[in-house]
Design a protein around this ligand. Structure first.
Ligand code: KG4
Ligand code: ZN
Length: 329
């Protein structure tokens, strides 16, 4: 079957076609307009989605050499995310599904981030652990089967992506912060400054990043570059503190749950240093990452999970609403 996926939960307008488990197209328009504000402005995000959706969907169809009439179903993200932004995608998808008289499948954005790992390796088997690290979430999940999920730990304050974004703002590196910090940190020493790692007591699987961010803020108050400590050293040390917190908790969860595979999901999974540190820290367990283009927000994950969900239960319902605070379970 052939499914169109639509994603508008934050500041990426995206559409994708998935057919029999293969991604035929994946179009993403990132709203760079927000960078001048240092973060996403919800009202602008909704208006940009409205402006872009039609052409993004058309491009995803033409990239896949398909027409609207070839679609068997549509999948759309209905949460979590910004209410207005979600509403643009869901309204568009409902109108299209009604017009084409084909089923519509609501998709949980978090679940889509996790399941895109099946694209990285279709032989991935349950149960597996998932470190979900995005701009709004930092959670450890035990994935027992589709729709059978157990939350093992999560952040008590900021998400890891948020820590990258806030840190980047403090360092004057711009938005989104993850890629900026990663780029600057490339030339720095990760051990130059010892920033705090939150909630390190032995049994904890929880995360905390707000103390780290405050510590960077104080550090930068009277920071002067010297040959021994340059801005890249600060970025690298700050990044290292985030990554070590993540890798330590994932390693503990692996030990406690005895799984054979871990997957990493969400925008922060794109970080190459995180990938390296996790592979060095967690031995004897396979660690899977999505392809880089499927780490940050995209619609391939939506069309892919849409097809899986439709095959599991082919019920369509146009009455669902947007759920800005939707959880995984
Ligand atoms: O999954 P995502 O695109 O959107 C949400 O669902 O939140 O994640 C966005 C987050 C942002 O906070 C961004 O700074 C972070 O992922 N991110 C990264 C990298 N690329 C994106 N963090 C660290 N390193 C990266 N290379
Ligand atoms: Zn996301």
């Amino acid at each position: 079957m052939t499914v169109l996926g639509i994603e508008t939960s934050c500041d990426e307008t995206a559409a994708s076609i998935c057919s029999d488990g293969k991604i035929l197209s994946s179009i993403i328009s990132s709203q760079i307009i927000h960078s001048s504000f240092g973060g996403v402005v919800p009202e602008i995000a909704s208006r940009e989605h409205e402006r872009m959706l039609n052409s993004i969907v058309s491009n995803s169809l033409s990239d896949a050499n398909l027409k609207l009439g070839d679609l068997d179903a549509i999948a759309v993200t209905n949460g979590p995310g910004l209410a207005g932004a979600l509403l643009t995608g869901v309204s568009f998808a409902k109108g299209l599904a009604l017009g084409l008289n084909i089923p519509l499948i609501p998709i949980n954005h978090l679940e889509a981030h996790i399941f895109v790992n099946f694209l990285a390796d279709p032989t991935l088997e349950y149960p597996f652990l998932c470190l979900l690290v995005s701009g709004g979430h930092t959670q450890l999940w035990l994935i027992n089967d589709m729709e059978i999920y157990e939350l093992l730990g999560e952040t008590r304050d900021d998400a890891a992506g948020e820590a990258f974004d806030k840190g980047s703002r403090i360092l004057g590196l711009g938005y989104p912060g993850g890629p900026q910090i990663e780029k600057t940190a490339q030339y720095g020493n990760p051990n130059a400054i010892v920033f705090p790692r939150g909630l390190m007591d032995p049994d904890s699987l929880e995360f905390s990043f707000s103390g780290l961010k405050t510590s960077l803020l104080y550090f930068m108050d009277d920071f002067q570059e010297t040959p021994d400590c340059r801005l890249p050293d600060v970025a690298a040390s700050y990044q290292q503190a985030i990554i070590e917190s993540l890798s330590e908790k994932l390693a503990r969860a692996v030990e406690k749950n005895g799984v054979k595979t871990c997957v990493v999901a969400g925008g922060v999974a794109a970080n190459s240093r995180l990938r390296l540190v996790l592979k060095n820290r967690i031995k004897n367990v396979r660690i899977l990452f999505p392809d880089l283009e499927y780490c940050t927000d995209n619609a391939a994950m939506v069309s892919f999970l849409g097809e899986l969900k439709f095959k599991k239960s082919d019920k369509s319902n146009l009455l669902f609403s947007v759920l800005p605070n939707l959880k995984l379970n």
